[in-house]
Design a protein around this ligand. Structure first.
Ligand code: ADP
Ligand code: ZN
Length: 608
C-alpha cells in the first residue's frame, strides 16, 4: 500500500526527499510545470535538476516520462527513486521481453510515478502507441543540449523529440541542461517546439569548487602530490588529452598505490563500461579519462577534477570541473598547465582542415581559456564573467588559488625584450627550449651546430632560471606577444604586437611563478571538516554501515544516503527518530527503512 502523499511541493520535498528547502529556482520551475506550462531549466551540474520534474510528476496525475540518453544512469536513478518509496521504472534494451511487458502493463494501468526511456526508444511506434493509452503527467527531456547540432553531444534522435509536442499537445514538457550559452538555449526552444516556455537560468557559480591552476613542471608528480595531500582515498577524475596519456597515467597512479582506472573511446566497450560502473559504485576510485568520459557522470561525491592537459575552451573546462562536488561539499578543480600545452593547442587549431571561421572561433576560445590560466585576478570572477554573469561587478571569491594566494606581478619588459630578440636573432625557427638555452648561454650541440654562441643575445638572460624563462615565454605566447609557427614544429616567431615591446613602447607585466614545490597543506577529507575526533569515528562507522547496506541492496552507496547527510548525523548525533528526520537528506522512507539502525549506531557512539 503506497503511503498517502503530501499534496504540496514543499511537503514532498521534506517528506519524500528529506530536504528542508528548495534551491535556486527549483520552486518556480516546479510551480510552472505543475500548472501545465512548458519550461526550460538551465542549471549547473549539481544544481538539482532532477527534482524539477520529479516533484511535478508526483503532484500531477499520471506518469512522468523522462527521456534520458544514458542507459547506465537510468538504472541508478530508478534505484534511487525506489529507495525513496516511489514507483519508478525504466525501459531500455537491457530488459527481457517479460520485464518489458510487466513495465508496459504497469504504465498503462497508471501504476508508475516515473518512467525513464532512452530517446530512440521513446520514438518507436510501439512506444508512442503505448503512451497514447497512458495518462501522462509530463515529459522531461534531460540533457536537452543534445538537440544542438553545433554542440559536442549532438544526438540526431533528440531533434525528433518534437513529435511529443505533436502527439501530446496537452502534456507539459520540461527541457533540462547544464549548458549555459544563449545559442544552445534558443536551439532547444526551437527544436523541441517549447511553446511560450518559462525559461529559468540559474547562476552557474559552483561556490564549493575551489579552482587552482598550477604551473606545469613534472605534471605526474605534481598530480600525485596533489592527490596525496588533499584527496587521499577520495573519488576524483583526471582528464588527459590523449588515450596514451590516459593509460600511462592510470598505470603510474596504481604503481603509487592510488586506485585508478582508465577510460577512453579506444577501449573495448565492456571494459569501459565496467570501469565506469566501478567508479560510480565503489568508494574512492580515481578515473583517468579523456573527455569521452563525460555526460552522465552522476556521482555526487567526486571530490576533485584534475586536468593534466589544457582544455580547448572555457566551456569544456567548466563542464569537466563541474563534475566535482555535486553534493555541495568542498571539492577541487586542479590543473597543471605549461608552455607545451599552449604550443600544442595553438598548433592543433591552426593545423585543422576546417575553414577559416572555424579556426578563428577555435583560436578565440583558446585565448579565453589562456586568459583564465594567466590571470592574476579571481578565477571564479573570470569564469562567471565569461558566461555573461554580472559583468564587472563580481567580487573576488576567496575560494580560488589567486584569491587565497595572490600572485605577484613584476615588470617583465626587459625579460620580454631579451626573449623576443633571442627569437629574432636565432631566425624564428626554434622552439622555446633552444631559445632559452641561448639566453642562458648554454653550450649545447645545437648551439654549436648553429653557431649561436656568437649571437649578441647569447648568455644575456642568466638572471632568470630555465623554468622562469619558460614562464615568460608561456605568458607571452598566451597573450599574443609571441606566436607559434605550426608549420615549423612549434618554432617561436614574432607577431605584430612584438614590435612595440621591442621598441620599448609597450611595457609587459608578468605573473611571478609560484614557488615550485609548495609545502603540502595537510588537509583532511572534505567531509571531516569541522568534526571532532569522536564524530569523525562515528562518521566512519556510518560509512561502513552504508557500504554494507548498499551492497545488500545492489545500489551505489550514495543512493542509501549522501556523505553530507552522514556527516550531519555524525555531527548532530540525533537521539530520536524525529531528530533524525529533521536532518537534510533523511526522508520518511529512510526513517522507516534505516532509522533504528542509524540511531543504534549513534547511541553506540555516545555510549548511552
Ligand atoms: P543535476 O542533475 O542538476 O546535476 P541533481 O538533480 O542530480 O543535479 O542534484 C544534485 C544533488 O543535489 C542531488 O544529490 C540532489 O539530491 C541534491 N539536491 C537537489 N535539490 C536539493 C535541495 N533542494 N536541497 C538539498 N539537496 C538537493
Ligand atoms: Zn577567487
Amino acid at each position: 500500500m503506497p503511503d498517502p502523499r503530501p499534496a504540496t511541493a514543499p511537503g514532498i520535498l521534506k517528506e519524500i526527499f528529506g530536504y528542508p528547502a528548495f534551491r535556486g529556482r527549483q520552486a518556480e520551475i516546479i510551480e510552472a510545470l505543475v500548472s501545465g506550462r512548458d519550461c526550460l531549466a538551465l542549471m549547473p551540474t549539481g544544481g538539482g535538476k532532477s527534482l524539477c520534474y520529479q516533484i511535478p510528476a508526483l503532484l500531477r496525475s499520471g506518469t512522468g516520462v523522462v527521456a534520458s540518453p544514458l542507459i547506465s544512469l537510468m538504472q541508478d536513478q530508478v534505484a534511487a527513486l525506489k529507495e525513496l518509496g516511489l514507483r519508478a521504472a525504466f525501459l531500455n534494451s537491457t530488459l527481457s521481453s517479460r520485464e518489458t511487458g510487466a513495465i508496459e502493463r504497469a504504465l498503462v494501468a497508471g501504476e508508475l510515478d516515473l518512467l525513464y526511456v532512452a530517446p530512440e526508444r521513446l520514438l518507436t511506434p510501439r512506444c508512442l502507441e503505448l503512451l497514447g493509452r497512458t495518462r501522462i503527467a509530463l515529459f522531461a527531456v534531460d540533457e536537452a543540449h543534445c538537440v544542438s547540432q553545433w554542440g559536442h553531444d549532438f544526438r540526431p534522435e533528440y531533434i525528433q523529440l518534437s513529435v511529443l509536442h505533436e502527439r501530446f499537445p496537452q502534456v507539459p514538457r520540461i527541457a533540462l541542461t547544464a549548458t549555459a550559452d544563449p545559442v544552445t538555449r534558443e536551439e532547444i526552444v526551437e527544436r523541441l517546439r517549447l511553446r511560450d516556455a518559462g525559461i529559468y537560468v540559474s547562476s552557474f557559480d559552483r561556490p564549493n569548487i575551489r579552482y587552482q591552476i598550477v604551473e606545469k613542471a613534472n605534471a605526474r608528480e605534481q598530480l600525485l602530490d596533489f592527490i596525496r595531500a588533499e584527496h587521499a582515498l577520495e573519488a576524483g577524475i583526471v582528464y588527459c588529452l590523449s588515450r596514451r596519456r590516459v593509460e600511462e597515467t592510470a598505470v603510474f597512479l596504481n604503481q603509487q598505490g592510488i586506485r585508478a582506472l582508465p577510460y577512453h573511446a579506444g577501449m573495448d566497450a565492456p571494459v569501459r563500461e565496467a570501469n565506469q560502473s566501478r567508479f560510480q559504485r565503489e568508494d574512492g576510485i580515481v578515473m583517468v579519462a579523456t573527455i569521452a568520459f563525460g555526460m552522465g557522470i552522476d556521482k555526487p561525491d567526486v571530490r576533485f577534477v584534475a586536468h593534466l592537459d589544457l582544455p580547448k575552451s572555457i566551456e569544456g573546462y567548466y563542464q569537466e570541473t563541474g563534475r566535482a562536488g555535486r553534493d555541495g561539499l568542498p571539492a577541487d578543480a586542479w590543473m597543471a598547465y605549461g608552455l607545451a600545452d599552449v604550443v600544442q593547442l595553438r598548433r592543433m587549431i591552426a593545423g585543422t582542415e576546417a575553414d577559416e571561421q572555424f579556426k578563428r572561433v577555435g583560436a578565440a576560445k583558446l585565448d579565453a581559456m589562456l586568459g583564465l590560466c594567466e590571470t592574476a585576478g579571481c578565477r571564479r570572477a573570470r569564469l562567471l564573467d565569461y558566461f555573461g554573469e554580472a559583468t564587472g561587478s563580481l567580487r573576488p571569491c576567496g575560494n580560488c588559488d589567486t584569491c587565497l594566494d595572490p600572485p605577484e606581478v613584476w615588470d617583465g619588459t626587459i625579460a620580454a625584450q631579451k626573449l623576443l630578440s633571442a627569437v629574432y636573432r636565432t631566425g624564428q625557427r626554434f622552439g622555446a627550449g633552444h631559445v632559452i638555452d641561448v639566453l642562458l648561454g648554454r653550450s649545447t650541440d645545437r648551439v654549436s651546430q648553429w653557431r649561436h654562441a656568437g649571437l649578441s643575445t647569447f648568455g644575456v638572460g642568466t638572471e632568470l632560471s630555465d623554468q622562469e624563462w619558460r614562464g615568460v615565454a608561456r605568458q607571452m605566447v598566451a597573450s599574443g606577444l609571441l606566436a607559434v609557427d605550426h608549420k615549423a614544429y612549434g618554432a617561436l616567431k614574432l607577431t605584430e604586437a612584438s614590435r612595440a615591446v621591442l621598441k620599448g613602447e609597450q611595457p609587459v607585466s608578468l605573473r611571478k611563478q609560484a614557488p615550485r614545490a609548495r609545502p603540502a597543506k595537510k588537509k583532511r577529507l572534505a567531509a571531516f571538516d569541522g568534526l571532532s575526533a569522536a564524530e569523525a569515528g562515528l562518521y566512519e562507522r556510518l560509512r561502513a554501515w552504508r557500504a554494507d547496506t548498499a551492497r545488500v541492496h545492489g545500489v551505489p552507496a550514495y543512493v542509501i544516503l549522501h556523505d553530507a547527510t552522514l556527516r550531519d548525523i555524525a555531527h548532530l548525533r540525533p537521539g530520536s527518530l524525529e531528530a533524525l528526520h529533521a536532518i537534510s537528506g533523511v526522508g520518511a522512507r529512510r526513517i522507516e527503512a534505516y532509522g533504528e539502525e542509524i540511531l543504534s549506531l549513534v547511541n553506540g557512539a555516545t555510549g548511552v
